[in-house]
Design a protein around this ligand. Sequence first.
Ligand code: GLN
Length: 454
Amino acid sequence: ISSVELTEVFLKHIRSLNPELNAFITINEEMSLAQAQVADKMIASGQTHPLTGIPVAQKDIFCAKGWLTTCGSKMLSNFISPYDATIIERFNQVGAVNIGKTNMDEFAMGSSNETSYYGPVKNPWDTLAVPGGSSGGSACAVAARMAPAATATDTGGSIRQPAALCGISGIKPTYGLVSRYGMIAFASSLDQGGPMAKSAEDLALLLNVMTGFDARDSTSLQREPEDYARDLDKPLGQLRIGLPKEYFAKGMSASVASAVEAAIAELRKLGATTVEISLPNTQLSIPVYYVLAPAEASSNLSRFDGVRYGYRASDYTDLEDMYKKTRAQGFGAEVKRRILIGTYVLSHGYYDAYYLQAQKLRRLIASDFTEAFKQCDVIMGPTSPAVAFNLGEKSGDPLQMYLSDIYTSAANLAGLPAMSIPAGFGDKNRPVGLHIVGNYFREAQMLNIAHQYQ
Ligand code: GLN
C-alpha cells in the first residue's frame, strides 16, 4: 500500500467520523496528500524509516508551516503558522504525513476538551463522555482510528489523562527530551510534548523521531540519541513496582481501583514484585501546580495582545482599549481565570506567600520521588481517579475539574517520564488507564513494561 492510499483511508475515516466526534480542528486533504506523495517518492528512492508515509495527527498546539494553528483559541483563530515546530520538522524529515490538526482545550488548559473555542470532543467509546484533556482531540483521533498515531502535550496530565479516558497509550517523556520550539507555551517549566498511539511499540517509534537536542529550546537536553524500542522484548525479570500508599487510600473510584489491581496482578505473573512506597507530599501537587502553572501561563500569554499576530478586536478607541478588547474577546473563561490567578500569585506582596512557597514545595514533591526510586524501579497507580465523566458534568466546577490530574501532575512538577496504558474497563464500560512513572530517562524501560503487559 502506498502512502497516498494509506492517507486516503484515514482521511475517509475522518470524513465519516469527525463531524460527530470533533477531534480535528483543521483537515487539509490537499496538504496531507501532497506530503504522502513526497513520502512515496522517498520510499521509491530507497529512503525508508518506520514512519515514512505514516499519517500522524498533530495537536493544534504545534506550529506547522502553512497550517492554521489555533491552540484551541479564538485568539489564534486566524493564525497560519509561517514556520514548523521542531517536532513537525522532524516528522517531515522522515516523511511522516500530517493528517490534520487536533482539537484541544484552549491553550491546553483543561481536562475534558470542553474549553476549546472549537467545541468539545466526544469520547469514541461513549459519545456522552468527555475524551479527557487537554489533548482530547489527539486521543479521540487515535482511539477512533482516524489516525494511527498523534502528538500531544502534557503540562499536568494532558497526554496521560486523555489517553486513559480513551483507552489508548501515551507517554510524557523526561522534561527536556522533546523540543518545545514551536509548541505554543502554557507553563514552560512543565510543558512536554509526547506521542499517543495504540501500542508501546508505536510510542517507541514516535519517540525516536520526536526526541533530541534542539539549540532553539533553552531547556532542551544534550544527550546521546537512544533507540526507545531496544528493550521492548526484554523479560521483566526482577522489576520492582512501587505502589504509593497515598494513591490507594481514598478518592479513587472502585471500578478504577479493581482494574488497576488486576493490571498489577498481571505484571506480578510476569515476574514483577511490588513494594509499598510513600509519596508523602502527594496532596500538595494539585495546589502547587495551580499556583505555578497559572503563574507561568500569565506571563506566556502576555504576548497575545492583538499587535503582532492572531485575533484583534475590531472596535477600539486607543491602544490600551485595543489590548483590553482583544484579550476580553479572544480568550475564553478558563484562560482568563488562569491569567488572573497567575498575575495574583506573582504580584508584589503575594509572590512570597504563593509563588515562592509553591517553588519550595515543588522541590519537596520531586524529592519524594528521588526517595521512592531507592526502593523501586517504577511507580504505578491509576492515571485518573475515575473513568471518563459526562460532557457538562464538571464544566461548571473548576476545582472538581482540577482534581482530574491528582495522580499525573506530580510527574510534571518533578520532570519525570510518565505514561498511561490501557488497563481494561471500569464503570459504564469506559476505559481505565494504568499510570507508570519512571526515573529520569527510563522511557525505554517503561515502554518495555508496557509492551510486555500488552
Ligand atoms: N488539566 C491540567 C490543566 O488544566 C493539565 C493540562 C495539561 O497538561 N496541559 O492545567
